[in-house]
Design a protein around this ligand. Structure first.
Ligand SMILES: [Ca+2]
Ligand SMILES: [Ca+2]
Ligand SMILES: [Ca+2]
Ligand SMILES: [Ca+2]
Length: 231
Protein backbone atom coordinates (compact mmCIF):
# COMPACT_ATOMS: atom_id res chain seq x y z
CA UNK A 1 0.00 0.00 0.00
CA UNK A 2 1.28 3.44 -0.86
CA UNK A 3 -1.38 5.61 0.76
CA UNK A 4 -3.94 7.58 -1.19
CA UNK A 5 -2.37 8.60 -4.48
CA UNK A 6 -5.45 10.03 -6.18
CA UNK A 7 -7.19 11.66 -3.23
CA UNK A 8 -10.41 9.64 -3.20
CA UNK A 9 -9.94 8.45 0.39
CA UNK A 10 -9.12 4.88 -0.64
CA UNK A 11 -5.71 3.27 -0.22
CA UNK A 12 -3.86 2.48 -3.43
CA UNK A 13 -1.30 -0.13 -4.47
CA UNK A 14 2.03 0.14 -6.31
CA UNK A 15 3.63 -3.01 -7.72
CA UNK A 16 6.66 -3.78 -9.81
CA UNK A 17 7.27 -6.70 -12.16
CA UNK A 18 10.90 -6.24 -13.06
CA UNK A 19 11.30 -9.48 -15.00
CA UNK A 20 8.54 -8.71 -17.47
CA UNK A 21 9.48 -8.50 -21.13
CA UNK A 22 13.02 -9.82 -20.91
CA UNK A 23 13.83 -7.87 -17.74
CA UNK A 24 12.63 -4.52 -19.01
CA UNK A 25 10.01 -4.55 -16.28
CA UNK A 26 6.80 -2.66 -15.68
CA UNK A 27 5.20 -0.82 -12.75
CA UNK A 28 1.51 -0.93 -11.91
CA UNK A 29 -0.72 1.32 -9.85
CA UNK A 30 -4.01 -0.19 -8.70
CA UNK A 31 -6.33 2.43 -7.24
CA UNK A 32 -8.60 1.46 -4.37
CA UNK A 33 -11.03 0.31 -3.24
CA UNK A 34 -9.75 -3.24 -3.62
CA UNK A 35 -11.71 -6.44 -3.39
CA UNK A 36 -11.31 -9.96 -4.64
CA UNK A 37 -8.57 -10.61 -7.16
CA UNK A 38 -6.96 -7.94 -9.28
CA UNK A 39 -4.81 -9.00 -12.23
CA UNK A 40 -2.25 -6.83 -13.92
CA UNK A 41 -4.52 -6.06 -16.83
CA UNK A 42 -7.07 -4.61 -14.38
CA UNK A 43 -4.73 -2.05 -12.88
CA UNK A 44 -5.41 1.62 -13.44
CA UNK A 45 -1.92 2.68 -14.47
CA UNK A 46 0.89 0.72 -16.12
CA UNK A 47 4.21 2.48 -16.56
CA UNK A 48 6.57 1.26 -19.24
CA UNK A 49 10.36 1.01 -19.09
CA UNK A 50 13.09 1.71 -21.54
CA UNK A 51 14.41 -1.61 -22.84
CA UNK A 52 16.25 -3.58 -20.21
CA UNK A 53 15.68 -1.09 -17.38
CA UNK A 54 14.45 -3.66 -14.83
CA UNK A 55 11.68 -1.20 -13.92
CA UNK A 56 9.94 -1.97 -10.65
CA UNK A 57 12.79 -3.99 -9.12
CA UNK A 58 12.04 -1.92 -6.04
CA UNK A 59 9.05 0.29 -5.31
CA UNK A 60 8.22 2.23 -2.18
CA UNK A 61 5.65 4.50 -0.67
CA UNK A 62 7.00 8.03 -0.50
CA UNK A 63 4.26 9.65 1.57
CA UNK A 64 3.39 13.20 0.63
CA UNK A 65 6.70 14.67 -0.50
CA UNK A 66 5.39 17.86 -2.09
CA UNK A 67 2.81 18.84 0.51
CA UNK A 68 -0.30 18.71 -1.68
CA UNK A 69 -2.08 16.16 0.52
CA UNK A 70 -1.73 13.33 -2.01
CA UNK A 71 0.65 10.44 -1.42
CA UNK A 72 3.55 10.02 -3.80
CA UNK A 73 5.37 7.06 -5.35
CA UNK A 74 8.95 5.82 -5.68
CA UNK A 75 9.88 3.43 -8.48
CA UNK A 76 13.32 2.05 -9.26
CA UNK A 77 14.82 1.28 -12.65
CA UNK A 78 18.21 -0.14 -11.65
CA UNK A 79 19.42 -0.86 -15.17
CA UNK A 80 18.56 2.56 -16.56
CA UNK A 81 21.42 4.04 -18.55
CA UNK A 82 20.84 7.79 -18.12
CA UNK A 83 23.93 8.31 -15.97
CA UNK A 84 26.06 5.42 -17.18
CA UNK A 85 25.49 1.87 -18.34
CA UNK A 86 23.16 0.16 -15.84
CA UNK A 87 23.84 2.96 -13.36
CA UNK A 88 20.15 2.98 -12.56
CA UNK A 89 17.54 5.55 -11.67
CA UNK A 90 14.90 6.12 -9.01
CA UNK A 91 11.77 7.99 -10.00
CA UNK A 92 9.55 10.03 -7.67
CA UNK A 93 6.08 10.51 -9.09
CA UNK A 94 3.67 12.81 -7.31
CA UNK A 95 0.16 11.66 -6.58
CA UNK A 96 -2.58 13.31 -8.61
CA UNK A 97 -6.34 13.24 -8.92
CA UNK A 98 -5.65 12.59 -12.61
CA UNK A 99 -2.99 9.91 -12.09
CA UNK A 100 -4.71 7.63 -14.61
CA UNK A 101 -3.69 10.05 -17.34
CA UNK A 102 -0.17 8.63 -17.25
CA UNK A 103 -1.36 5.08 -17.95
CA UNK A 104 0.77 3.61 -20.71
CA UNK A 105 3.47 6.25 -20.43
CA UNK A 106 7.15 5.62 -20.06
CA UNK A 107 8.28 6.07 -16.47
CA UNK A 108 11.20 8.21 -17.60
CA UNK A 109 8.77 10.58 -19.33
CA UNK A 110 6.42 11.24 -16.40
CA UNK A 111 8.54 11.42 -13.26
CA UNK A 112 8.57 14.58 -11.14
CA UNK A 113 12.00 14.00 -9.59
CA UNK A 114 14.73 11.58 -10.63
CA UNK A 115 17.85 10.40 -8.82
CA UNK A 116 20.30 8.83 -11.23
CA UNK A 117 23.33 6.66 -10.66
CA UNK A 118 26.54 7.90 -12.20
CA UNK A 119 28.81 4.89 -12.53
CA UNK A 120 28.57 1.73 -14.60
CA UNK A 121 26.59 -1.14 -13.08
CA UNK A 122 25.85 0.36 -9.67
CA UNK A 123 22.12 -0.20 -10.28
CA UNK A 124 20.73 2.64 -8.19
CA UNK A 125 17.06 1.91 -7.66
CA UNK A 126 17.42 -1.73 -6.65
CA UNK A 127 16.83 -0.76 -3.02
CA UNK A 128 14.51 2.11 -2.07
CA UNK A 129 13.26 3.15 1.35
CA UNK A 130 10.91 6.11 1.54
CA UNK A 131 7.81 7.24 3.31
CA UNK A 132 9.48 8.01 6.62
CA UNK A 133 10.68 11.23 8.23
CA UNK A 134 14.19 10.86 9.64
CA UNK A 135 14.49 14.34 11.14
CA UNK A 136 10.86 15.00 12.09
CA UNK A 137 10.59 18.15 9.96
CA UNK A 138 7.30 17.04 8.43
CA UNK A 139 8.74 15.94 5.09
CA UNK A 140 9.68 12.36 4.38
CA UNK A 141 13.23 11.45 3.47
CA UNK A 142 14.81 8.88 1.15
CA UNK A 143 17.41 6.12 1.49
CA UNK A 144 18.76 4.38 -1.62
CA UNK A 145 21.13 1.43 -1.69
CA UNK A 146 23.65 0.10 -4.17
CA UNK A 147 25.40 -3.13 -3.26
CA UNK A 148 27.80 -2.86 -6.21
CA UNK A 149 28.90 0.74 -5.64
CA UNK A 150 32.59 1.47 -5.43
CA UNK A 151 35.86 0.33 -6.91
CA UNK A 152 35.85 -2.90 -4.86
CA UNK A 153 32.07 -3.37 -4.79
CA UNK A 154 31.94 -2.25 -1.17
CA UNK A 155 28.43 -0.91 -1.68
CA UNK A 156 26.81 2.20 -0.29
CA UNK A 157 23.61 3.75 0.96
CA UNK A 158 22.65 7.26 -0.07
CA UNK A 159 20.43 9.39 2.15
CA UNK A 160 18.48 12.43 0.94
CA UNK A 161 16.42 14.82 3.03
CA UNK A 162 13.06 15.68 1.52
CA UNK A 163 11.69 17.62 -0.17
CA UNK A 164 13.39 16.69 -3.41
CA UNK A 165 13.27 18.48 -6.71
CA UNK A 166 14.64 18.25 -10.21
CA UNK A 167 17.28 15.83 -11.40
CA UNK A 168 19.62 14.59 -8.69
CA UNK A 169 22.59 12.28 -8.58
CA UNK A 170 24.79 10.69 -5.97
CA UNK A 171 26.71 13.90 -5.32
CA UNK A 172 23.44 15.47 -4.11
CA UNK A 173 23.05 12.96 -1.28
CA UNK A 174 23.03 14.54 2.19
CA UNK A 175 24.89 11.55 3.58
CA UNK A 176 26.67 8.61 1.96
CA UNK A 177 27.34 5.48 3.97
CA UNK A 178 29.83 3.19 2.27
CA UNK A 179 31.11 -0.28 2.95
CA UNK A 180 34.79 -0.61 3.72
CA UNK A 181 35.94 -3.82 2.12
CA UNK A 182 35.45 -5.86 -0.99
CA UNK A 183 31.96 -7.23 -1.48
CA UNK A 184 30.58 -5.84 1.77
CA UNK A 185 27.38 -5.26 -0.15
CA UNK A 186 26.47 -2.23 1.98
CA UNK A 187 23.04 -1.03 1.02
CA UNK A 188 21.36 -4.34 0.30
CA UNK A 189 18.57 -3.27 2.62
CA UNK A 190 17.99 -0.03 4.44
CA UNK A 191 15.41 1.27 6.85
CA UNK A 192 14.65 4.77 8.05
CA UNK A 193 13.52 4.82 11.67
CA UNK A 194 11.48 7.92 12.33
CA UNK A 195 12.34 10.48 14.95
CA UNK A 196 9.53 9.51 17.29
CA UNK A 197 10.84 11.39 20.33
CA UNK A 198 11.22 14.75 18.62
CA UNK A 199 14.96 14.93 19.21
CA UNK A 200 15.48 15.97 15.61
CA UNK A 201 17.13 12.77 14.48
CA UNK A 202 15.82 9.31 13.82
CA UNK A 203 18.06 6.45 12.77
CA UNK A 204 19.09 4.54 9.71
CA UNK A 205 19.43 0.78 9.69
CA UNK A 206 21.73 -0.46 6.95
CA UNK A 207 22.27 -4.12 6.16
CA UNK A 208 25.86 -4.98 5.19
CA UNK A 209 25.69 -8.70 4.43
CA UNK A 210 29.39 -9.05 3.67
CA UNK A 211 30.71 -7.16 6.66
CA UNK A 212 33.40 -8.86 8.71
CA UNK A 213 32.59 -9.51 12.36
CA UNK A 214 34.51 -7.79 15.14
CA UNK A 215 36.03 -11.17 16.05
CA UNK A 216 37.47 -11.34 12.55
CA UNK A 217 34.98 -13.77 11.05
CA UNK A 218 34.93 -12.95 7.36
CA UNK A 219 31.67 -11.83 5.78
CA UNK A 220 29.61 -12.65 8.84
CA UNK A 221 27.26 -9.81 7.94
CA UNK A 222 25.78 -7.17 10.13
CA UNK A 223 23.02 -4.64 10.57
CA UNK A 224 24.37 -1.19 11.32
CA UNK A 225 22.39 1.43 13.18
CA UNK A 226 23.33 4.99 12.40
CA UNK A 227 21.72 7.52 14.70
CA UNK A 228 23.60 10.61 13.68
CA UNK A 229 24.57 11.77 10.25
CA UNK A 230 26.87 14.49 11.48
CA UNK A 231 24.96 17.09 9.56
CA1 LIG B 1 -6.94 6.36 -3.69
CA1 LIG C 1 2.08 14.61 -2.85
CA1 LIG D 1 20.59 -0.67 -19.13
CA1 LIG E 1 12.47 14.89 6.91
Amino acid sequence: MVGDVDGDGEGDLLMGAHNKDSESGIAYIALGPHSGTTVASDTDVALNPATGDYLGRAVSAAGDMNGDGLDDLLIGAPRDDAGASNAGATYLIYGSTTITSIDGSYADAVYDVVIIGDDNDIQLGAQIEGGRDFDNDGTNDLLLGSTSYGSINEGASFFYYGPLSGSLDLSDADATLTGTSSSDGAGEHGLIVEDIDGSGAGALLVDVPGADAVDGTSAAGGIFLIDTLGL
